[in-house]
Unconditional design. Structure first.
Length: 106
């Protein structure tokens, strides 16, 4: 069974046991999360969409905060002596998907 969920404008395909990196929230390791904005759920028999997903949620546990690889950007103006080197390292929240609950029986 897998689900397609939307979180902060991004869509993720998840199933039980997946690790997911989402945008940072104020959570600490061990906190529980629930995603209720689901677009689709697929089990062994059929596909659920739209109004069939009322009451269905994806539960997850926060594993901790992670950082992505550093991105380096260079600004340069020719013949002006202007050079700048910038770097950015995005922070993410790593979560473990525990399960998909509330799927209606066929």
């Amino acid at each position: 069974m897998y689900a397609v969920l939307e979180d902060k404008g991004r869509q993720y395909i998840v199933k039980e046991g997946d690790r997911l990196s989402i945008d940072l929230e104020k959570k600490v390791a061990g906190d529980k999360l629930e995603f209720t904005n689901l677009l689709m759920v697929r089990d062994e028999e059929r596909l659920y969409m739209g109004d069939e997903l009322s009451g269905v949620k994806v539960t997850a546990e926060v594993l901790g905060e992670r950082k992505a690889k550093k991105i380096t950007t260079v600004k340069y103006r020719r013949r002006k002596g202007y050079r700048r080197k910038l770097g950015h390292r995005q922070k993410y929240l790593c979560v473990l998907i525990k399960g998909i609950e509330g799927v209606p029986l066929a």
